[in-house]
Design a protein around this ligand. Sequence first.
Ligand code: ZN
Length: 103
Amino acid sequence: MVTGGTARLLISNGGEAPLELTVEPWAETHQFPLNQTWVVVTHSPAADGSWSGTLRGNEPFQVDHRPESVTVWVNGNCFHLSDAEGNAIDSADWQCPAQGSAS
Ligand SMILES: [Zn+2]
């Protein structure tokens, strides 16, 4: 396991309408229902838990909110999207350093 390279982000829709949630740079888009909390997890291949590809300093996530949409930029190798109960919604985990090489 890569403990130093894990980042978790909770996102909640406490607004008045569903939002379009986009996870970049994979451009995965989902309807984000009202009154839900989802969890975005990403992993870094760096043992010290540093993050590459950031716009500003060593940040694992950036969130851009607009009136009807929210975009989560993930700066790790992978993302794992689940609901508050831990049920998987989507992922791009083929380069996930925490899952090891399955092949
Ligand atoms: Zn991962």
